[in-house]
Design a protein around this ligand. Structure first.
Ligand SMILES: Nc1ncnc2c1ncn2[C@@H]1O[C@H](COP(=O)(O)OP(=O)(O)O)[C@@H](O)[C@H]1O
Ligand SMILES: [Mg+2]
Length: 313
C-alpha cells in the first residue's frame, strides 16, 4: 500500500534514502568497533608504560638513597682527612720549631766553632725547615677554611692605603730583580669591608707570585677600582712567564705548581692561591686569572664594599 499523499516514486526515493542511512550506520558501527579495539590497544600500552615508569621511579629512588649514603660516607671520610691533616700539622709544628732553634744555635756558632762547609749545609737545613713551616702553616689554614672555622675579623679598610703599603714592602725585592713595581689606583676607589690581615695574605701572595714568575726588567702593576656590583676589584698584572689555558683552570687547586722555577728566593708550596681563593670567597668575593704564555698574567679579585645582607657577617 502506498502512503497517503505520496507518490510511488517519492516512496521509492525515501526507501533509497533510508537504505543509504542504514548502510552509513553499519559503517559507523564498524569504525566505532575498530576505534574501540585501537583504544584498548593504547590502554594496554599505557598500562605497560605506567608499570615501566613505576619501576624506573622505584629504581631512581633506590639509586638516590645509595647516592645519599655514599655522599655521607665521602663527607665523613673528608672530615676525617681534614681532622687528620689539622692534627698532624699542629703536632709537627712544635718539634719543627725545636729543630729550627737547635740548628740556628749551631749555625750561629753559639755552641762552638763550625767550619764554612758546615754553615753552608746548616743554612740549607734552615731554608728547608722554613719551607716545611710554610707548608704546615698553609695546611693549617686550608683545614681551618675547609672546616668553616676561619673567623674573619672585618672592619672598614682604606683600599688605596692598604695596597700602597704592601707595594712599598715589596719595592726592595722588585729593585733587586730590576722589576718596575707600580700601583694604578682609581682616585674614587671605595673602602672595603674586610679582614685586613687576610687581605694582606692574599695580596702578598699575588705580588710575590708575580715577582717570582717575572724575569728581570719586567713590570708588575697593582690596580684597584670600584666595580659595578658593589665591590672593589683589585688586580695584579705582570709581564712574566705566563701560563697555558689548561694551567689557568687548575691554578686554584691545592699543591698546583707549574714549571717550577729553580732560581733564587723562597721555594713555593703550591698552597697560596687555593688559600687566597677560599679567603676571597669567605668575604663574598670572586678571584680569577687570565694569562698568556710568555706574555704575562693578571690575577683579579673582588671584595664587597659593605657587609653582605644575606649572611649578616
Ligand atoms: N703570576 C704568575 N705567573 C705565572 N705563574 C704563576 C703566577 N702566579 C702563580 N703561578 C703558578 O701557580 C702556581 C701556584 O701558585 P701558589 O698557589 O701561589 O703557590 P706557590 O707560590 O707556593 O708556588 C705557581 O707555582 C705557578 O706555577
Ligand atoms: Mg704563591
Amino acid at each position: 500500500m502506498i502512503a497517503r499523499g505520496k507518490t510511488r516514486e517519492q516512496f521509492i526515493e525515501e526507501i533509497k534514502v533510508l537504505n543509504t542511512r542504514i548502510a552509513q550506520l553499519k559503517e559507523s558501527r564498524a569504525s566505532v568497533k575498530k576505534l574501540k579495539a585501537e583504544l584498548k590497544k593504547v590502554k594496554d600500552a599505557l598500562k605497560t608504560q605506567t608499570w615501566g615508569l613505576k619501576k624506573t621511579n622505584e629504581n631512581i629512588k633506590l639509586l638516590y638513597k645509595e647516592l645519599e649514603t655514599k655522599n655521607r660516607e665521602l663527607q665523613r671520610l673528608d672530615d676525617l682527612k681534614s681532622d687528620f691533616v689539622a692534627t698532624v700539622s699542629h703536632e709537627l709544628r712544635t718539634p719543627l720549631t725545636i729543630i729550627q732553634e737547635g740548628v740556628a744555635l749551631i749555625s750561629d756558632r753559639i755552641l762552638g766553632d763550625v767550619n764554612e762547609k758546615q754553615v753552608s749545609i746548616l743554612s740549607q737545613v734552615l731554608e728547608n725547615i722554613a719551607r716545611l713551616t710554610r707548608i704546615i702553616d698553609g695546611l693549617l689554614d686550608i683545614s681551618k677554611l675547609e672546616a668553616g672555622e676561619m673567623e674573619l675579623k672585618r672592619s672598614s679598610v682604606d683600599t688605596a692605603k692598604f695596597i700602597k703599603k704592601i707595594v712599598e714592602d715589596f719595592q726592595s725585592k722588585a729593585k733587586e730583580k730590576k722589576i718596575v713595581l707600580e700601583t694604578s689606583l682609581s682616585k674614587k676607589v671605595s673602602r672595603i669591608y674586610a679582614d685586613s690581615d687576610k687581605l694582606i695574605q692574599i695580596l702578598t701572595n699575588l705580588v710575590s707570585n708575580s715577582l717570582k714568575f717575572t724575569p728581570v726588567n719586567g713590570k708588575i702593576t697593582v690596580r684597584a677600582d670600584d666595580d659595578a656590583d658593589g665591590s672593589v676589584m683589585i688586580s695584579v698584572s705582570d709581564t712574566g712567564v705566563g701560563m697555558s689555558g689548561g694551567d689557568v683552570s687548575k691554578l686554584f687547586n691545592k699543591f698546583q705548581q707549574f714549571d717550577r722555577v729553580h732560581g733564587p728566593g723562597e721555594k713555593g708550596t703550591g698552597l697560596g692561591l687555593s688559600i687566597s681563593k677560599k679567603i676571597v670567597e669567605l668575604h663574598g668575593g670572586r678571584i680569577w686569572a687570565e694569562s698568556k704564555i710568555k706574555k704575562g698574567s693578571t690575577f683579579c679579585f673582588t671584595i664587597p664594599k659593605r657587609r653582605m645582607p644575606k649572611t649578616g657577617k
